[in-house]
Design a protein around this ligand. Structure first.
Ligand code: ADP
Ligand code: MG
Length: 257
């Protein structure tokens, strides 16, 4: 079976000359939940944008693809299939929500894929329930909390039934409850997940693998608890060992008086 995502020697320089990705090679197995971590400017967002061909501006010609989704090249001919297979959640939900009601927003993708009538309504209803937003159909997205907006975006992407989900800093601006709710939804998704994040506690809790990116290159790749406990590695790449890994062995209870 081929990997859900295969990246083979991907480099990318923005049109203004800024280098962003430097010869990235990696594979992600189907069903995995993989974290992409690294300092600001490491290339995390740029990498995610390549998964469904939002970058480069002009897709590579046949035979030149460096990104493969389910074995199929993300090139000029494979672009439409890649956009269906990979659902991308942008860092800012306001960049993704554009309809006057939640149900219209969630219906947009599946409608483009040909779903209509009762089947479309059922898809919207089921998907909203899956992200914990049952009954939100008529709400206005711009009146929702950040956490709710994020879950509407997720519903919009899930409604297209992608095989791979790519998240760009999904918890970056959520309060603790919003984070908790989003994490439980992410944990339960039965698809391949790639999550770019600075939320290293979430990485330890949810992910089976972490990839450290810095200056556009893969620096380390392995089990989160192992990588994130490596303080020199973390510090060298603008990260830090999360609390939950520092306090694995409970301290004896402190007694007062
Ligand atoms: P991260 O998501 O890890 O913070 P990015 O992928 O956003 O990193 O950025 C990688 C590099 O590309 C950085 O040097 C950043 O400044 C640069 N970059 C990002 N977007 C653009 C753009 N649209 N034009 C030029 N340079 C960009
Ligand atoms: Mg980014």
């Amino acid at each position: 079976m081929s990997a859900a995502i295969r990246i083979a020697g991907l480099s990318y320089v923005y049109p203004d000359g800024t280098p962003a990705l430097d010869n990235i090679t990696l594979e992600i197995e189907a069903g995995a939940c993989v974290a992409l971590i690294g300092p600001n400017g490491a290339g995390k967002s740029t990498l995610l944008l390549h998964l469904n061909g939002l970058l480069p501006d002009a897709p590579p010609p046949a035979g030149k693809a460096a990104v493969f989704v389910g074995g199929a090249p993300v090139d000029a001919a494979g672009l439409t299939a890649a956009r269906r297979a990979v659902g991308l959640l942008f860092q800012d939900p306001d960049d993704q929500l554009f309809c006057p009601t939640v149900s219209e927003d969630v219906a947009f993708g599946p409608r483009q894929m040909g779903l209509e009538g009762p089947a479309l309504e059922a898809r919207v209803r089921e998907t909203l329930a899956r992200v914990g937003l049952a009954g939100y159909e008529r709400r206005a997205p711009h009146h929702l909390s950040r956490g709710e907006k994020r879950r509407v975006c997720l519903a919009g992407v899930l409604a297209c039934q992608p095989r791979v989900l790519a998240f760009d800093e999904p918890t970056s601006d959520l309060d603790p409850r919003g984070r908790r709710e989003l994490k439980s939804v992410l944990a339960a998704l039965p698809v391949t997940r790639l999550i770019a994040t600075h939320d290293l506690e979430m990485v330890v809790e949810l992910c089976t693998r972490a990839i450290v990116l810095d200056r556009g290159a893969v620096i380390a790749d392995g089990p989160p608890a192992e990588l994130l406990s490596d303080e020199p590695l973390m510090l060298a790449h603008g990260l830090e060992t999360p609390h939950i890994l520092r306090h694995r062995h409970p301290h004896p209870a402190v007694r007062h008086g």
